[in-house]
Design a protein around this ligand. Structure first.
Ligand SMILES: Cc1cc2nc3c(=O)[nH]c(=O)nc-3n(C[C@H](O)[C@H](O)[C@H](O)COP(=O)(O)O)c2cc1C
Ligand SMILES: Nc1ncnc2c1ncn2[C@@H]1O[C@H](COP(=O)(O)OP(=O)(O)O)[C@@H](O)[C@H]1O
Length: 324
């Protein structure tokens, strides 16, 4: 998205009932990941909102519906990440509706007439072709189009964006992340997958091994972590962008524990950063986490990981949109 279109979301509404009822153009969806397909929908929203002088609104849920109804293991984006990504598109408002039991019982027709037409005063609605909504997910694009038409409103249906020969979808990205395929995830997201957390103390072994690691505690329990393994990463710490290598796993060589940790060794860096916020962007998977026969063997392998990461991160350095 062009830098000149960047502006702040002026309003965040925690319920559609808070929306002031001005004439609007609304994009509806769960938008987990804010992937290239979502970005196309929101681009369409911004374009038609501007042309028709309508307030542009992203309508989504505070908690991804699939988390409640379909037992998925985690989400690609937290609420604040989705707001931050929405901000970059030039959209004016975002509604983060509570996906409450009452809301889940709302029939599809009522969702269109009560929420989109009455509360949001939508003159135009934008959705992806496969969007389903309402109680039991019985509502589809055709039904929404009919109801909006009857009320003198318009529906724009955006065709799926194809990546690697298949329609981009949040569930494919969630599977890729869980399997550690961060390169595929990046192609579908249009940016590196990232996590954010606070740097906490570990068991003080890293420094002694010659590779101090910033142990990252991710506060949101629903945020998906890439599968166990070693990754080339780009970190943002104290406003600086630093290359690094990251291990996610249980560190079988060092500790007999099953708790997963995320730790990053930052390249060419030697500052104390306990308690600081760090964002970690996953550029490439280097290998699986392994149980080494000795700490010396582990250290040798980490040295090789660092060399590979330098090559990989050197070559992605100029790729716009991949650095934040
Ligand atoms: C790039 C990298 C790769 C790693 N790979 C492994 C691994 O394959 N197996 C393993 O047991 N630990 C691995 N570790 C974790 C180290 O065991 C860990 O950094 C060390 O125990 C220090 O932990 P501390 O920060 O809690 O002191 C890796 C760490 C890094 C930074
Ligand atoms: N290159 C570096 N990469 C990561 N952390 C570093 C680096 N240099 C210094 N540090 C600091 O050292 C700490 C990690 O040291 P380490 O011995 O691994 O202890 P811990 O077990 O507490 O993580 C980090 O949290 C950070 O504050």
């Amino acid at each position: 998205m062009a830098a000149e279109s960047v502006q702040r979301v002026s309003s965040i509404y925690l319920s559609s009932s808070e929306f002031p009822g001005i004439a609007s153009a609304v994009a509806v969806g769960a938008f987990d990941g804010f992937h290239v397909g979502h970005q196309r929908i929101v681009q369409e929203l911004v374009d038609c909102g501007h042309k028709a002088s309508l307030a542009t609104v992203i309508y989504t849920f505070r908690r991804n519906p699939k988390l409640t109804t379909r037992g998925i293991q985690g989400l690609l984006t937290t609420n604040s990440e989705r707001v931050e990504l929405a901000e970059k598109t030039g959209v004016e408002s975002i509604v983060l509706e509570d996906f409450s039991a009452r809301f889940q019982g709302l029939p599809a027709e009522a969702f269109v007439s009560e929420i989109l037409i009455s509360r949001l005063n939508a003159g135009v609605v934008v959705i992806g072709r496969d969007f389903h909504f309402g109680k039991g997910r019985t509502g589809n694009a055709e039904m929404m189009s009919r109801i909006l038409d009857n009320a003198g409103r318009r529906l724009i249906i955006v065709a799926p964006v194809m990546v690697d020969g298949e329609p981009c979808s949040s569930s494919i990205i969630r599977t890729s992340i869980a399997e550690g395929d961060v390169e595929r995830a990046a192609r579908l997201l249009g940016r590196f997958y990232s996590i954010e957390g606070v740097i906490v103390t570990g068991n003080q072994m890293g420094g002694r091994l010659g590779f101090p690691t910033a142990n990252v505690e991710v506060p949101d329990p629903v945020k998906l972590l890439p599968g166990n393994g070693v990754y080339a990463v780009r970190a943002v710490v104290d406003g600086a962008i630093v290359n690094g290598v990251c291990n996610i796993g249980v560190r079988p060589t060092i500790v007999a524990a099953s708790r997963r940790t995320v730790e990053v060794h930052l390249l060419d860096f030697d500052r104390q950063v306990y308690g600081h916020l760090v964002s970690v962007q996953f550029a490439a998977r280097l290998r699986e986490e392994v149980h080494f026969a000795s700490p010396t063997a582990l250290v040798k392998q980490i040295s090789r990981d660092v060399l590979r990461a330098r090559v990989i991160l050197g070559s992605v350095g100029g790729r716009q949109g991949m650095t934040k």
